[in-house]
Design a protein around this ligand. Structure first.
Ligand code: PLP
Length: 225
């Protein structure tokens, strides 16, 4: 199947209220352009310099989501071009995003990434860390970021019951935060969960954003860098 056919097959499984992020990390710009020509406008990358380079070379109406672990010293590379940073896991990072967004005279949408998998290899906040972040007096002073919701990755497993339980947990975290911290904030509405192997379950459990890569672009090759 071509990229266009794969993209259409994925889209057919996604209801209109759910946003599809086409995860294009490691993929050549020509492949992104094929998806672009087929109407895709939201792309996900997990390396700051790669997102920066692709955003310079590709059409300006692409919305770039950053979905990987982000070091504070790399925020400057993406601040002018990124639409949403889905992987915020510390106040330190949020402060740096705010600072760099101010320099670019813009507001950057952010999601708080939570650790929901049983594996301890995945990044993300737990509930106590999120509470500390949201109650820190500095948080309220950040004018150039907008916290729009939560993101999480389920365990890499074939066990659909476990995956569903982890997505349900992220939805519960979203509901808790919405109720306790963002009840008057209409922009806090996103739950980003679900990848190639598990996005249909994520949608059933309340995802508003799914991040699908290999099902659209094929297997990734990590031979460079
Ligand atoms: C790579 C990646 C994806 C997409 O993974 P696929 O299994 O290729 O769909 C989604 N989310 C994050 C955070 C990723 O790093």
């Amino acid at each position: 199947m071509t990229i266009q056919e794969r993209l259409e097959a994925v889209r057919a499984q996604i209801p209109p209220h759910v946003q599809l992020v086409a995860v294009s990390k490691t993929m050549p710009e020509a492949d992104l352009m094929v998806a672009y020509e087929a109407g895709q406008r939201v792309f996900g990358e997990n390396k700051a310099q790669e997102l920066s380079r692709k955003s310079e070379n590709l059409p300006a109406d692409i919305q770039w989501h950053f979905i990987g672990h982000l070091q504070t010293n790399k925020v400057k590379y993406i601040a002018s071009s990124v639409r949403m940073i889905e992987s915020v896991d510390s106040l330190k990072l949020l402060k740096e995003i705010d600072k760099q967004a101010a320099k670019s005279d813009r507001k950057i949408d952010c999601l708080l990434q939570f650790h929901i998998a049983e594996e301890d290899t995945k990044f993300g906040l737990d509930r106590a860390e999120a509470t500390d972040l949201l109650t820190d007096p500095t948080f309220k002073t950040l004018q150039n970021i907008r916290v729009c919701g939560v993101m999480g990755m389920a365990t890499f497993t074939d066990d659909a019951v476990q995956i569903r339980r982890e997505f349900r947990f992220l939805k519960a975290i979203f509901d808790w935060l919405k109720n306790d911290y963002f009840s008057n904030d209409a922009s806090f509405k996103e739950i980003s969960m679900g990848m190639s192997g598990d996005f249909p379950i994520a949608i059933e459990e309340g995802a508003t954003i799914v991040r699908v890569g290999s099902l659209i672009f094929g297997e990734r090759h990590y031979n460079k860098s």
